[in-house]
Design a protein around this ligand. Structure first.
Ligand code: NDP
Ligand code: 8X3
Length: 253
């Protein structure tokens, strides 16, 4: 049976890799992000290559009204959602607490925390009637341990960890699984965004070791999404082999 998978932040990185992985497995997709051109290109490619149906939804997860209207306006055929992948998120800046930019902090909290809450609250009424839902939240090793200059980003991912645990308890009675995926360093557009387009600074983050790829993370998500109905991975921390936790790396010169 084809499932419908709702993936936020599908224009890049983990979200895009998840879209490819689930499409290859025959699932229909609702893909969201702010960059319409990327979503339209991905829709055309996946529909042509895999035969699944893809519905692009363009909205900013920070915009509460936009989130709720996008979900409220879903066509009838798309109103049964089996899996929600709450992936949209970002880091902005990596500065000592006293130097960090307040707007960056607000954007991270509004996107990583409030955006995840809005999307979950909007989608849940479409998942509960299905009776076998699954919410997969992208946390981070930065939500398990803090690191220097991680301040608000770490805070936002600790919040995702707590929200995931809390959702799991509250949704028990609906039979909805809640999985938190907590990756370490993965080379996507994440660092280009964090360093605001300074690509050489972004590239330095991944020098001297082999980081995770978006596909590695999508494979783990897909695994969690394909377990028997009675099995739930609650919390999955994954790093590349050269990373032990949020702080310790083994890098070669
Ligand atoms: P990318 O920058 O490659 O992708 C981020 C995605 O999030 C994009 O599709 C972007 O879409 C979307 N997004 C960002 N802000 C918004 C917004 N306000 N509204 C809607 N969509 C938004 O990063 P990753 O794939 O690496 O990151 C995905 C998630 O994984 C994030 O939550 C990140 O914190 C987390 N993570 C990343 C790690 C890494 O090392 N890469 C490690 C651990 C966790 P668009 O710009 O089109 O809106
Ligand atoms: C992204 C990984 O190490 O930059 O969450 O915080 S890290």
């Amino acid at each position: 049976m084809n499932r419908t998978i709702f993936i936020t932040g599908a224009t890049s990185g983990f979200g895009e890799a998840c879209a490819r992985k689930f499409a290859a497995g025959g699932d229909h997709l609702i893909l969201t992000g702010r960059r319409k051109d990327r979503l339209m290109t991905l829709k055309q490619e996946l529909e042509a290559r895999t035969g699944v149906q893809v519905l692009p939804l363009i909205f900013d997860v920070q915009d509460r009204d936009a989130v709720f209207s996008a979900v409220a306006e879903l066509p009838e055929a798309w109103r049964k959602i089996n899996i929600l992948v709450n992936n949209a998120g970002l880091a902005l800046g990596r500065d000592f607490f006293e130097d960090a930019n307040l707007d960056d902090w607000e954007t991270m909290i509004d996107t990583n925390v409030k955006g995840l809450l809005y999307v979950s609250k909007a989608v849940l009424p479409l998942m509960i009637p299905v009776g076998n839902g699954h919410i997969i939240n992208l946390g981070s090793v930065a939500g398990k341990e803090v690191y220097e200059k991680g301040n608000a980003y770490c805070g936002s991912k600790f919040a995702v960890d707590a929200i995931s645990k809390s959702m799991r308890i509250d949704l028990l009675r609906h039979g909805i699984k809640v999985t938190a995926i907590q990756p370490g360093a993965a080379e996507t557009e994440f660092s280009n965004v964090r360093f605001k387009g300074d690509d050489s600074q972004a590239k330095k983050i991944y020098e001297g070791y082999t980081p995770l790829t978006a596909e590695d993370v999508a494979d783990a998500i897909y695994y969690c999404a394909n377990l028997p109905a009675h099995v739930c991975i609650n919390d999955l921390v994954m790093t590349c082999t050269a990373q032990a936790d949020a702080i310790y790396f083994y890098k070669k010169d």
